[in-house]
Design a protein around this ligand. Structure first.
Ligand code: UD1
Length: 420
């Protein structure tokens, strides 16, 4: 397995281009299930999770080609099934459930099983589909769903769920009648998906607010759509710049998508210069400690919590970090402590007392965003940091070592003997 070696202490300088959003691309690829015509997506990121979704589409019977621009066509569904081998490597594979049920009247999708960042159930996806007339059973670890034609419903999500909102929104586009979703997720990936579906002929109003209305149609057509930039990648580069005392311009991104983070970075002493589709961040010699609480959009993204905590480990003063979206999302704490961070966790709260410097150490990547926090810690640490199991990072960050290297970081990938 590959590992990263980082020699810390180099401020980041220069310009970085932000790639298309993984979490927008995954549901957008699933829209190909809703039509027998061609779906063309531009700005597709080159990531492990995207390759997994393409493998799943092939399994369903789709033909696809391309890279940054991908052309997908699912002329006929050969297997309305998402097998365990695929779902276990990527939970978001469950995004095919709603579209498959809507198009084929049946779907067999493996339950995602345990996940490193908490239970992450699918109960709300299933409850909404049942209310739409889906007959759902669990057989041998698989969700088995059937419905001649789904029907529109008025449904309130008990908890804000991003992929839940996407799954039901996609299913509702082909349902009989009108679906109204309350307490829907407002993450920027939702209006992006709605825009693509609307171009395909769907009737959707209110995406980006808590109340979304979808009037079902009988058929969707092909589409050509450009994926929004990745706000989590942009946020990660902004934090890296701020904590290394650097000066970096992020290009092809939407500053409004990471406003909650930018407010925190500004409060911590970074200078923030937002532009229409770019952002310049200038880090101070040392950040000041700032508290933060994660929340669904437009709150502070849980996917940036670990990276922000890495920044706070070397800030001046103490900060309190509350994780309200996922239980057990503090796996990075133990590894940051091995680098000299002073962090105490109680339940879903971490108290971080800033130290002047972290020290390089061998550490282990445990999940996607936790791994990103270790990279950031390594960038500022004294000496050398070795990060094992970097396939977690490759799931969500395109060639992170090349991009950080171009900004002045000393970071190399060492290839493992086993070819992974
Ligand atoms: C998505 C993102 C992920 C991000 C997360 C929260 C994608 C592919 N992934 O994940 O990167 O960290 O949003 O912003 O877009 N819940 C229930 N019942 C359900 C579904 C969810 O209780 O049926 C709970 C979860 O346990 C969690 C909360 O809702 O506590 C939010 O989870 P959710 O928004 O569903 O996360 P994902 O959509 O899986």
């Amino acid at each position: 397995m590959d590992r990263f070696r980082i020699d810390g202490g180099h401020p980041l300088h220069g310009t970085v281009q932000i790639n298309g959003a993984k979490n927008a691309a995954l549901p957008l690829l699933a829209t190909a299930i809703l039509t027998d015509e061609t779906v063309v997506l531009h700005h597709l990121p080159n990531l492990g999770d995207i390759r997994t979704m393409c493998r799943l589409l092939s399994h369903l019977g789709a033909e696809w080609r391309g890279g940054e621009t991908i052309t997908v066509r699912l002329a006929g569904v050969e297997r309305a099934e998402a097998p365990y081998e695929i779902v276990k490597t990527m939970r978001a594979s469950t995004l095919v459930l709603g579209p498959l049920l809507a198009r084929c009247g049946r779907a067999r999708v493996s339950l995602p099983g345990g996940c490193a960042i908490g239970a992450r159930p699918m109960g709300l996806h299933l409850q909404a589909l049942e209310r739409m007339g889906g007959r759902i059973t669990i057989e041998n670890g698989y969700i088995v769903a059937e419905a001649r034609r789904l029907r529109g419903i008025d449904y309130t999500f008990e908890t804000v769920t991003v992929t839940g909102t996407e799954n039901i929104m996609m299913a509702a586009t082909l349902a009989d009648g009108t679906t109204t979703l309350h307490n829907a997720a407002r993450e920027p990936e939702i209006p992006d998906l709605a825009q693509c579906l609307t171009t395909m002929g769907a009737q959707i109003h209110g995406a980006g607010t808590s109340d979304i209305t979808i009037q079902g149609v009988t058929r969707l057509r092909g589409v050509e759509h450009t994926i929004i930039p990745d706000r989590i990648v942009a946020g990660t580069f902004a934090i890296a710049t701020a904590m290394t005392g650097g000066d970096v311009t992020l290009q092809s991104m939407v500053p409004g998508h990471i406003e909650a983070l930018l407010e925190k970075l500004a409060a911590a002493g970074a200078k923030i210069f937002p532009m229409t589709d770019a952002l310049r961040v200038v880090g101070p010699p040392r950040l000041e400690a700032v508290d933060c609480t994660t929340a669904p959009f437009p709150g502070f993204a849980t996917d940036l919590q670990a990276q922000f905590m890495a920044a706070m480990t070397i800030a001046n003063g103490s900060s309190v970090i509350n994780e309200t979206v996922f239980e057990n999302r503090f796996m990075h704490v133990g590894e940051l402590q091995r680098m000299g961070a002073n962090i105490q966790v109680q339940g879903s709260t971490a108290v971080v007392k800033g130290v002047p410097r972290l020290r390089g150490a061998p550490v282990m990547a445990t999940d996607l965003r936790a791994s990103a926090s270790l990279v950031l810690a390594g960038l500022t640490a004294e000496g050398s940091t070795e990060i094992e199991r970097v396939y977690h990072i490759d799931r969500g960050y395109e060639q992170i070592e090349t991009r950080l290297g171009a900004l002045g970081a000393t970071m190399t990938r060492e290839h493992g003997d086993d070819g992974h």
